[in-house]
Design a binder for this molecule. Sequence first.
Ligand SMILES: *[C@@H]1O[C@H](CO)[C@@H](O)[C@H](O)[C@H]1NC(C)=O
Ligand SMILES: *[C@@H]1O[C@H](CO)[C@@H](O)[C@H](O)[C@H]1NC(C)=O
Ligand SMILES: *[C@@H]1O[C@H](CO)[C@@H](O)[C@H](O)[C@H]1NC(C)=O
Ligand SMILES: *[C@@H]1O[C@H](CO)[C@@H](O)[C@H](O)[C@H]1NC(C)=O
Ligand SMILES: *[C@@H]1O[C@H](CO)[C@@H](O)[C@H](O)[C@H]1NC(C)=O
Ligand SMILES: *[C@@H]1O[C@H](CO)[C@@H](O)[C@H](O)[C@H]1NC(C)=O
Ligand SMILES: *[C@@H]1O[C@H](CO)[C@@H](O)[C@H](O)[C@H]1NC(C)=O
Length: 405
Amino acid sequence: MVFNVLQLLLLLAGTALAGMNKTGTLCTVTPTGGKDDTPDIMAAFKQCGQDGQIELVEGDYTIAKVMDVKNLKNCDISIRGKLTWNDDINYWTKNSIGVDYAQRSTAWRFGGDTFSIRGHGQALFFGNGQKWYDVNKNGSNMAGRPISLTLWEAKNVFIDGITWRQSQFWSTRRHTFVAHSQNVTMTNLDMNATSSSQYNTVNTDGFDSWNSKDIVIKNWVVTCGDDCISVKGNSANIYVKNVTCHRSGAMCIGSMGNGVTETVDDVVFEDITAIDSSNAAWIKTYPGNGHVKNVTFRNINFQNVNQPIYVSPCIYSYSNCDSSRLKISDITWENITGTSRYNVAAGIYCSKAAPCTGLKFSGIDIKPKNGGTAKVLCSNMNSDSGLSCTGTCPSGWKQQLSGNA
Ligand SMILES: *[C@@H]1O[C@H](CO)[C@@H](O)[C@H](O)[C@H]1NC(C)=O
Ligand SMILES: *[C@@H]1O[C@H](CO)[C@@H](O)[C@H](O)[C@H]1NC(C)=O
Ligand SMILES: *[C@@H]1O[C@H](CO)[C@@H](O)[C@H](O)[C@H]1NC(C)=O
Ligand SMILES: *[C@@H]1O[C@H](CO)[C@@H](O)[C@H](O)[C@H]1NC(C)=O
Ligand SMILES: *[C@@H]1O[C@H](CO)[C@@H](O)[C@H](O)[C@H]1NC(C)=O
Ligand SMILES: *[C@@H]1O[C@H](CO)[C@@H](O)[C@H](O)[C@H]1NC(C)=O
Ligand SMILES: *[C@@H]1O[C@H](CO)[C@@H](O)[C@H](O)[C@H]1NC(C)=O
């Protein structure tokens, strides 16, 4: 038997052996110190993933393989270590797990019924993102660039106290993605993906939901280059509270309806701060079918946001805007304050084929950061919204402005 020095020291010190051991229903994983730790972690899920507990003790773990953890059942997972996804881009792009959403893929997927993942404010997921940002060279949606953590067919889930840095490894993919899931609470998460090179991070969303319902997000801090919290197609009953978004798209419904009928219902965003972001409280759909209904943006404060309030029925192509039948209704913006980067507070364009109804605004106080007054541009929406429109919004109005309008 061959021990490496670390194992030998640990052994001599009488502490746990590197690896995985099971005591009753508890599987304890100890890092091996440089070798790939995924076989031990997967062994723990195999042996304790049903009616058990899994503990990754403090220490540095190396993650060199995708982890697909399905069929969890009554399992509490506790992570106190730092997990580093290695930067073998060739491996990850070939092996990350496809998740059936716009050719996206993931590095770590969880599914099952009734489980928790607690990081105790100690768990750190380090994605080695810089290498991905540099290989991606500002491109969008690089194939195989995996999402850090995906909940897939997961029910009754609690996730708390995890920090992400250089996101997700390869990141630049999204940090977290919740799909085909129900009753998911994610609290006290901290994410920061920042590129130090000439290339941006690109597509490092903080959170995306899709085909999921009953989700609570609370107490997050996100720095990323893309949407911060994004509620995508067929999501319902989503509650987001106390999130700070830096350099991001902040609170977003969409994009959705890209060639498929999709709906979003019953969403609340409240107590949100957005700093140096592209938008703050906004909705983006492709021209198509479906609806966005009953969404509230409340107590949103921001500094230096490109276009704080924005609605588009024809995102990205900015064409066929008037033919969209994807109906946007019963949306409330309440107590929305802060500074815009340019002289536009709101750009709202609704489709002529399905004008917006039931839009309500109150307590809107948005000032250009360089002084003056901000324009409020509106088209094809209900006139009793309470918003003081200063002009019409042109069809195909873009999400990003590059100067005063
Ligand atoms: C196995 O894990 C327990 C914690 O449950 C630990 O106390 C023990 O030292 C470990 N044993 C070995 C041989 O690693
Ligand atoms: C939602 O999930 C949590 C966490 O597993 C669980 O405690 C709670 O009972 C679930 N709620 C419902 C309505 O099933
Ligand atoms: C995110 O990380 C970058 C680079 O390390 C750092 O400059 C920035 O302050 C961090 N953001 C927050 C909100 O901590
Ligand atoms: C990448 O995109 C960012 C933001 O659009 C830009 O500032 C930067 O110059 C781009 N890098 C290169 C090398 O084109
Ligand atoms: C809001 O979230 C931040 C960051 O997680 C946390 O420090 C703060 O205590 C939270 N505020 C409230 C009122 O819960
Ligand atoms: C709108 O959504 C909120 C929050 O999810 C919910 O409490 C309320 O019942 C919904 N209203 C309607 C009319 O469905
Ligand atoms: C408006 O929102 C801010 C946070 O952006 C909050 O501090 C303030 O209490 C809110 N005002 C009301 C009347 O709720």
